[in-house]
Write a protein that binds this ligand. Sequence first.
Ligand SMILES: NC(=O)c1ccc[n+]([C@@H]2O[C@H](COP(=O)([O-])OP(=O)(O)OC[C@H]3O[C@@H](n4cnc5c(N)ncnc54)[C@H](OP(=O)(O)O)[C@@H]3O)[C@@H](O)[C@H]2O)c1
Length: 287
Amino acid sequence: MSASRIFVVTGSNKGIGLATVKALCEAVGSESIVYLTARSVERGTKAVEDLAKSGLKPRFHPLDVDDASSIETFATFLKKEHGGLDVLVNNAAIAYKGNATEPFGVQAEHTIRVNYFGLQAVCKALFPLLRPHSRVVNVSSCVGHLTKVPGEELRKKLSDPTLTEDELDGIMHDFVKAAAENKHGELGWQNSAYGASKVGVSALTRIQQRMLDQDPRDDIVVNHCHPGYVDTDMTSHRGVLTVEQGAVCPTYLALLPPNVSSPRGEYLWYDKQVVDWVDASLPPPGY
Ligand SMILES: NC(=O)c1ccc[n+]([C@@H]2O[C@H](COP(=O)([O-])OP(=O)(O)OC[C@H]3O[C@@H](n4cnc5c(N)ncnc54)[C@H](OP(=O)(O)O)[C@@H]3O)[C@@H](O)[C@H]2O)c1
């Protein structure tokens, strides 16, 4: 692994993403570059300026994971400026509040579009630029664990070790279609668009690791994690962990040493323990 590495964290102007940028800046040498990215130039620039006050020097680049041209511009920039990247933390996500007035179908389409297809679009654009020994972290959730899916048939499909990315896309599109008619329960889904999006992210991670294991580039590892129940805007500040605590697992996965045998394609709890995504039940929250 070269001394100078390029790190990218999506949706990092606030919350767990910002804390992950901070932790990475503190952990890596000044020869490495950490990109704080955000959909808003104003919010992203402000976050970089705030970190500069503590002597940390991430760079800013705009990145809206819901905008194909923004993703393409960023990929082109990374290729031209650095020839590639070494670490990608897919943190950006949205969650409708419990009292949101938008119909469930609207929430489902928007949430799956940003959290699943947006993350996937970033991966499709940036994976070709990953260098050997790269680390990818897909921030999932406790509700992204397979046991949160009530339907047995659906669980079987999602955990099938031969599931392809196209098939998973189809499953996510079917969820959105069914949600528009409030029929997603009939397909075996839980009643949460956010939960479905994170189950998709987790199922995708397993496929991505399988694909990367066949890749000629050596030792590229992708894992997914539950960062804990964290005090952020997303949880309306009801979460019990600090953003620094929420950043512990994503940061650990971003900094996994070269040639680790585990975790690879695994689901991790916020305290870094590996939890089987298919067969194990979730550990007690512990907070
Ligand atoms: N907090 C928890 O307890 C908890 C639990 C489990 C999982 N997670 C996961 O942890 C991650 C971070 O969550 P958080 O709690 O830190 O949430 P947050 O405070 O709401 O931050 C979410 C970040 O994502 C960004 N974002 C949203 N849509 C985007 C887009 N289209 N393009 C780029 N960035 C976008 C937001 O930017 P704006 O400021 O522009 O909106 C913000 O920077 C998420 O993946 C979340 O699902 C959180």
